[in-house]
Design a protein around this ligand. Structure first.
Ligand code: T4K
Length: 369
């Protein structure tokens, strides 16, 4: 029996490299609270992500939640339900009302042609999601936000290193929130960051992640604790050195899948977007059962029989979560509903061997007619 293959596998530096990076922590005893590693990672990430400023966090979720809080938003936020729980929860946990917009079934991001119809006098912001590394229509979102005076907070958890027209994706909108979770293209074990340009917003974010402390004897905000610690920052510093190579290896895996599955009747693959440098974060396939001859769930089960654990990211839709007690209607986002019932993300990580990717692709193919 082959070793199980999971949907992803964390990238890690060599043990020696990590030990070397954390060695001086044993001299400084600075374990957390914006130490040297934190500051260094912050600087290096600004440059890698091609953004003005960033603030580091314990995880991508706190980056999102505290970004919304730092903007002092009130009312409704237009977002999509085809995302991880985090996006919707960040809105609701801020006492804001999510208003769900449908997605484009081609690239899984917010359908910008539907945003304006959802704007009311209570709308304060748009929280679009760059899904699987695909970017939203940032230009149209900027136009709409400008016209109606709305804030834009991008969930950029999946778009580490992605650029659009040569510009870092985190430089669009008022804030872009990245995740550096173990399962992401770039990880700091757990971690996250917000990129932004407005210095006052940055100050507010900093205070929110550190108890609202302004100085040793001044606490003028009611903040949380969401600081990245030095061990996570050290992991980030190590992984950052290898991330370009990792993305290259992911591209090779995507190439193998694409060669086998592209053009097969009933299968829709992730698009290649114009002007975008991709990061190959995920490899989603949408299954049209009638044309392909097998449903998403059948392919999922067949792969599992072979010890291959693909995932149904993102099923169910967040607007169907039981925690919302039926408050939202999934039928208002029919395209998101259609995709969530049919999509499967295949295993994707740098160390996935070409022959394993080939085997996975062939098993998927064999499920069809
Ligand atoms: N917005 C979006 C759009 C997101 O996708 C996410 C996170 C966020 C916001 C929030 O960011 P964070 O607060 O998480 O930084 C995973 C991740 O936990 C989550 O970060 C991610 N999205 C989501 C899409 O996937 P699960 O529950 O599916 O993870 P889990 O534990 O089943 O892991 C998946 C596979 O990854 C495992 O089968 C093996 C591999 N793995 C996992 C871990 C934890 C490793 O190789 N190493 C590990 O340490 O949620």
């Amino acid at each position: 029996m082959n070793k199980p293959i999971l949907v992803t596998r964390s990238s890690m530096p060599s043990l020696e490299e990590y030990i070397e990076e954390i060695r001086d922590i044993w001299e400084s005893h600075q374990l957390t609270n914006m130490g040297e590693k934190h500051q260094k990672l912050q600087k290096e990430l600004c440059s890698y992500l091609d953004v003005d400023q960033i603030e580091l966090f314990t995880n991508g979720h706190m980056a999102l939640e505290l970004s919304m809080q730092a903007m002092h938003l009130q009312g409704e936020v237009i977002t999509t339900p085809f995302t991880f729980a985090s996006t919707t929860h960040a809105i609701v946990r801020n006492g804001l009302e999510p208003v769900f917009c449908d997605i484009n079934p081609e690239d899984f991001t917010i359908d910008v042609s539907k945003i304006e119809d959802l704007i009311t006098d209570r709308t304060c912001a748009i929280a679009p999601v760059h899904v699987y590394g695909n970017i939203c229509d940032v230009e149209e979102i900027e136009r709409i936000a400008g016209k109606y005076g709305l804030k834009v907070i991008y969930d950029a958890a999946h778009t580490f290193g992605v650029t659009y027209k040569g510009r870092g994706i985190g430089s669009f909108g008022d804030a872009s929130c990245f995740s550096f979770h173990a399962t992401k293209v770039f990880n700091s074990i757990e971690g996250g960051a917000v990129s932004y340009t407005d210095a006052d917003f940055g100050l507010e974010l900093y205070r929110l992640k550190n108890f609202g402390i302004r100085g040793p004897e001044v606490v003028d905000g009611i903040g949380a604790n969401a600081k990245m610690n030095e061990f996570c920052a050290a992991m980030g510093l190590c992984n950052l050195k290898h991330v370009d190579k990792e993305i290259e290896k992911r591209a090779a895996v995507a190439g193998i899948y694409r060669k086998l599955l592209e053009g097969v009747d009933g299968l829709t693959l992730n698009p290649e977007q114009d002007g975008v440098k991709p990061n190959y974060a995920y490899f989603p396939v949408v299954f049209d059962e009638k044309r392909f001859g097998a449903s998403r769930n059948e392919v999922f089960a067949r792969l599992a029989d072979e010890g291959i654990f693909a995932r149904k990211y993102f099923y169910p839709l967040t607007n169907s979560f039981s925690c919302f007690h039926g408050k939202y209607d999934v039928n208002e986002t029919p395209k998101a509903l259609y995709v969530s019932k049919r999509v499967l993300t295949l295993p994707m990580y740098a160390e996935l061997a070409p022959e394993e990717a080939e085997r996975i692709g062939r098993i998927v193919l064999a499920c069809g007619k």
